[in-house]
Design a protein around this ligand. Structure first.
Ligand code: FO1
Length: 336
């Protein structure tokens, strides 16, 4: 069984941990792992150069979480973190005072930056970083091109519009400045990183994690070639709603969806992705039990949808959600 997941950082990490666990239960390898192969195509739109180092927040969230060394409280960064270097950088006036780089986390950014400077691509760097811990899944950045997301906002100080890096909008303004548009740098020239198109083409099942549909999944899909690979794969494509009862499960997708004219609802995001049989992405869409009415209405309109408990409180509920999406995919007929 080959499963490919498209994912962002925090919601993506919980979901992928569930997929790994569910695969180990369904297709055990006899050594505590799984005989299934799971590949995760990771959003790179949140990436940024800051204080001289390259950050890949979603990649690192998945890396740390799957390795079991993540800070579960904050949802990003390392457990047991200290922030001595960040305090020094603040004294020197280097970097952003509202953005903290933990000391352990900085080790990752420094290693990544050294390897990039030596000429490795981000996906090659990603491979090296994964060698440190047995993750049980393979992580690939969606693209090796730097496609950092910028956000166009109404400038609070100048009664004008201006553009800022996604991380400034997200962490400094907590996404409170209304976003007018999102733009990924160099996206037209980007190509899928090596292995991404193959992981989609050769999969038995493709899952779209309950990640931000605009800045996480939206960025992955905006890389020329990825949407085409999804349209062409023989594998069923199943999406999981990041919205439950009209509210975001985690993150701030509700601050992003209006900028692309999509309603913050399980039905709105399902319609946004669309049915593969109707030129969209999905063979099936999974919503929460409380959104069962949305599932019925989408199914009636040609997007097969089902409902299951979507809240991921712990490993068991994450694995149950992964199981429901796997069942939905393996039971559904892909569009031809
Ligand atoms: N989020 C914050 O709210 N404040 C921070 O200072 C911060 C630092 C940071 C450093 C490394 C990293 O990988 C992620 C970090 N994040 C921080 C999280 C990140 O900004 C976002 O949550 C994600 O990019 C959105 O998925």
């Amino acid at each position: 069984m080959r499963i490919t997941v498209l994912a962002g950082g925090v919601g993506g990490s919980r979901f992928v941990r569930g997929v790994r666990e569910e695969c180990a239960r369904r297709w055990p390898d006899g050594a505590g792992g799984t005989a299934a192969s799971v590949t995760v195509v990771v959003n790179t739109g949140d990436d940024i150069w800051l204080s001289g180092v390259r950050l890949m927040p979603d990649f690192d969230s998945l890396l740390y979480s799957l390795a079991g060394v993540n800070d579960t409280e904050r949802g990003w960064g390392r457990a047991g973190e200290t922030e001595r270097v960040s305090a020094e950088l603040r004294e020197w006036g280097v970097g952003w005072p509202w953005f903290t780089l933990g000391d352990l986390d900085l080790g990752t950014h420094l290693a990544r930056t050294v390897w990039l400077r030596e000429g490795l691509t981000p996906s090659q760097v990603g491979e090296r970083l994964q060698r440190r811990w047995p993750l049980g899944v393979r992580l690939i950045p969606a693209t090796d091109t730097e496609v950092d997301t910028h956000v166009r906002v109404a400038d609070p100080e100048a009664s004008d519009e201006r553009e800022m890096h996604f991380q400034e909008w997200w962490t400094r303004y907590r996404a409170t400045l209304p976003a007018l548009a999102f733009r990924q740098q160099h996206i037209a020239d980007a190509r899928p990183a090596p292995g991404v198109a193959e992981a989609i083409a050769d999969a038995d099942l493709v899952l779209i994690a309950p990640s931000n549909p605009v800045v996480s999944i939206g960025t992955i899909l905006a890389v020329p070639g990825i949407r085409e690979a999804l349209a062409a794969t023989a594998a069923p494509v199943v999406g999981v709603s990041p919205i439950i009862g009209g509210k975001v499960v985690r993150g701030m997708a509700d601050a992003c969806l209006p900028a692309i004219g999509v309603e913050t609802s399980a039905e709105g995001v399902g319609r946004h992705y669309g049915a593969r049989a109707q030129g969209g992405l999905l063979d099936a869409w999974l919503v929460d039990e409380t959104d069962a009415a949305a599932a019925a209405s989408l199914t009636a309109d040609g997007l097969p949808a089902a409902s299951a408990p979507l809240w991921m409180h712990d490993l068991d509920t994450s694995a149950a959600l992964a199981g429901a999406s796997i069942d939905l995919g393996l039971g559904s007929t892909p569009a031809s």
